[in-house]
Write a protein that binds this ligand. Structure first.
Ligand code: SF4
Length: 285
């Protein structure tokens, strides 16, 4: 009997599974229509110049950290850039604390460590800025170049905080109780550079809750995708939702008129210059 290695030209090619990152899950959870515009139709409005600048600086800092962690020289990168220098100084001040697991200095570590988990018909992808591990525990570290959010719930509910340990627990031998997700914020505004930590000790109950919530969200996505293919757009958040206030699709969605939008942004430029946490793009190297 002849085995076919490739699909016959007479049978339709199955679509490859959709890859989903934490920022896409955040968008989907915040507003399915925003996911449709951004991730299916690539309609994202161009970001403001200062937002682009922040994004570029964030990317440069991640490159700098990757280079330093590989033992490569970084002087040339920081010398001409006071902002990078300031963040890097903040990192160096706490590096001995960051780069250990408790008292254990014999650890394994890798920067820009990526993993993929096939889950409910999708490929969930994560990229850890730094993964530290020993025989007993693992820590996922993430560098942030914007100030730490005042409200810790923003981070606890963020899909990055939930997805990153979930994927590690599902693709390794580490028990959820032995995984931690740690953010380091290197931007401290006007103050002297200071790294600020936000840690979430993961556990079995969070893991199972994440599995449940992911399963539910992805089942919804499957349904919305099916309807979308027959011409029905993804659902919008309710009209009174604050989600629309700073959304770049507010005009497209008839949530604000062009005239209102112009007068809002003129009276408060922060309306266009400060993105919501969920809208801050992942830094890709
Ligand atoms: S304007 Fe509101 S409904 Fe439209 S995509 Fe943005 S958040 Fe969703």
């Amino acid at each position: 009997m002849i085995k076919t290695l490739y699909p016959s030209p007479l049978t339709p090619h199955p679509s490859p599974p959709l890859r989903l990152s934490q920022s896409q899950l955040n968008r989907l959870a915040a507003c399915p229509r925003k996911f449709q515009h951004t991730d299916l139709e690539q309609l994202a409005a161009p970001s403001e110049p200062d937002q682009q600048e922040r994004q570029t600086q964030g990317t440069r800092f991640h490159l700098l950290m990757q280079q330093w962690l590989l033992g490569l020289p970084v002087e040339a990168l920081v010398q001409e850039d006071p902002q990078l220098q300031s963040w890097f100084d903040a990192f160096i001040a706490v590096a001995p604390k960051i780069l250990t697991l408790g008292d254990d200095r014999t650890i394994w570590g890798q920067s820009e460590h990526s993993r993929t988990l096939a889950f409910e018909g999708y490929l969930l992808t994560v990229v850890y800025d730094l993964l530290l591990a020993n025989g007993q525990q693992a820590q996922i570290l993430d560098w942030k170049t914007y100030p730490r959010p005042q409200n810790p719930r923003y981070l606890l509910q963020n899909w990055q905080t939930r997805l990153y340990p979930f994927v590690l627990a599902e693709t390794s031998d580490y028990d959820p109780d032995h995984i931690a997700m740690i953010y380091w914020f290197f931007e401290s505004g006007e103050q002297a550079p200071e790294a600020r930590r936000f840690s979430n000790a993961y556990d079995r109950s969070q893991h199972e809750q994440t599995r449940k919530d992911l399963t539910h969200l992805l089942a919804q996505l499957t349904g919305w995708l099916e309807h979308y293919q027959s011409g029905e757009p993804f659902p919008q958040v309710p009209v009174e939702s604050k989600e629309c206030d700073r959304c770049s699709f507010a005009i497209r969605c008839d949530r604000v008129t062009l005239q209102d939008h112009v007068s809002q942004t003129q009276s408060d430029p922060a309306n266009v210059s400060l993105p919501k946490l969920a809208d801050i793009q992942e830094v890709s190297l």
